[in-house]
Ligand binder design. Structure first.
Ligand code: FRU
Length: 484
């Protein structure tokens, strides 16, 4: 491995790797170093992988480039936590060493069987001309720290291209199942489904969703990172399709993430579903995965980034790292196939000093001058039926147009600095629960019925909260400073 990274010997390589594993809390010198989000000490992080709670401990693996802030031959980084507040960063679980994964141990999932933690992931391989092959691989561990690679267990099926990745495995109705993102040879995105008795031999059952299966129209050229689970009696296919055309109120990021909800017939391995619902209204959210924890909660974590979207412009690159994961969120089934995302109750442990205030605004801008913390949870109850604008740190602006039912998030474009917008249809807004870290905002609208996730890179370290409206309106604000 050290030779592949062009380092002179193994000692030098180990030393460099150990340095990248030093927990970095440089909030003094790095204004955008996150305080309560999982962030790479060094290098680039993307998708969450292998989410699982095992023997009481939550394992969060993640796509990681330890030595550079660009994409490439990915590793699986590894962090654990018991309470979502105190974290331990462990040695990387997978490094791209073998021939069947030499250009990256790509995304995947984890299950426990026979007392072993079993990771399924995609071995990404490119030849000298850049042609890709993909292998679905297995690695197992007795202690949850050291993994033994057992090699490929699934190869590419006919009629599909090498864009075949991100296996998600689960147990149901007496069998092991696996869904995987794929591209049919006519460049249509699909999700494929497999079944197994022993996690080693897999039977290909066919496509589960996509054009010509459950959709009559094209819906993107590749579907990444599928997840397929039950939520309160409803079946959910969570997926990140690539190649959807931008529309006025949806699909405004480079690539999207959302859900199809419906029902699964496990005997015939078929899924019937309704229309796609996008999952996030912000600038950075992609490739989320879920798992059921030991309390029976369905938890989700996503990547707070989007591939091919302005990532070279993230100012953290000069500090040697880029991207982070979202906070974990609990999924709840609302009605009519709608899903809410809510912050975990564990997050209350982060709360420090609280202040509350009723802010009365009448046709002018009002600034909450007493509020000083930039890392904060701020819950704002707003009067329904009114239009308003709320801005944070003179950088991120949330506004609601009650007449048209339109929510807009605005922040400077990372390249030009000009205002950039994400607009979505939301009939009515009664509350905004905002979690602000040093360089991110996660806004849970109407108790998580909608969520907007974005990075933010304001120059000034001022905690300015400003409210504006053209009418008379009351904002009820409860705010907590958040600890590390
Ligand atoms: C999604 C993705 C996955 C792939 C991984 C590579 O962001 O492209 O499809 O497995 O990232 O890092």
């Amino acid at each position: 491995l050290y030779r592949r990274f062009r380092m002179k010997d193994e000692r030098a390589f180990r030393k460099e790797l150990e340095e990248t594993l030093q927990l970095n809390n440089n909030t003094e010198t790095e204004p955008f170093r996150q305080q309560f989000h999982l962030t790479p000490p060094k290098g680039l992080l993307n998708d969450p992988n292998g989410l699982i709670q095992w023997r009481g401990i939550y394992h969060v693996f993640f796509q990681w480039m330890p030595f550079k802030t660009g994409h490439g031959s990915k590793w699986w980084g590894h962090a654990t936590t018991k309470d979502w507040v105190n974290w331990e960063l462990l040695p990387p679980a997978l490094a791209p060493v073998q021939d069947f994964e030499k250009n990256g141990c790509y995304s995947g999932s984890a299950v426990v069987r026979d007392g072993l933690l079993q990771l399924f992931y995609t071995g990404n391989v490119k030849d000298e001309y850049g042609n890709r092959s993909s292998y679905q691989c297995l690695a197992v561990s007795e202690d949850g720290v050291h993994f033994e690679k057992l090699g490929p267990v699934i190869s590419q099926p006919e009629r599909y291209t090498a864009h075949f990745r991100d296996p998600k495995v689960w147990y149901e109705a007496g069998s092991w199942w696996l869904v995987i993102g794929a591209q049919r040879d006519d460049k249509e995105g699909h999700v494929l489904i497999y079944r197994s008795r022993d996690l080693r031999k897999w039977e290909f059952l066919g496509p589960l969703a996509g054009k010509g299966v459950t959709l009559s129209e094209s819906f993107g050229f590749m579907w990444e990172c599928p997840d397929f689970f039950e939520l309160d009696g409803m079946r959910v296919l969570l997926v990140s399709p690539q190649g959807l055309e931008k529309e006025s109120y949806q699909y405004q990021n480079q690539y999207q993430t959302g859900v199809f909800t419906g029902s699964f017939d496990s005997e015939n391995a078929t899924f019937s579903h309704g229309s796609f619902q996008e999952m996030d209204k912000g600038f950075e959210f992609y490739a989320p995965q879920t798992f059921e924890d030991e309390h029976g909660r369905r938890l989700l974590l996503g990547w707070m980034g989007v591939p091919d979207q302005q990532e070279d412009m993230h100012p953290t690159i000069k500090d040697g790292w880029v991207h982070c994961l979202t906070m974990p969120r609990e999924l709840l089934h609302l009605q009519n196939g709608k899903i809410a995302q809510q912050p975990l109750k564990e997050w209350k442990q982060l709360r420090g000093a609280q202040q509350s205030k009723d802010i009365h605004v009448t046709a002018e801008t009002v600034e909450w001058t007493e509020w000083k913390a930039i890392v904060a949870e701020i819950n704002i109850e707003v009067e329904e039926g009114k239009s308003w604008t709320i801005s944070w740190r003179d950088y991120l602006t949330m506004s609601f147009d009650a007449e048209y039912g339109v929510f807009t998030l605005e922040r400077p474009d990372l390249i030009s600095g000009e205002p950039a917008f994400r607009t979505s249809r939301i009939e009515e807004i009664h509350s905004l629960r905002c979690y602000f870290d040093r360089s991110s905002a996660e806004i849970f609208i109407n108790d998580g019925e909608h969520v907007a996730t974005s990075r933010l890179f304001p120059r000034k370290q001022e905690a300015k909260l400003r409210c504006k409206t053209h009418e008379s309106i009351m904002f009820q604000v409860d705010a907590w400073e958040l600890h590390s």
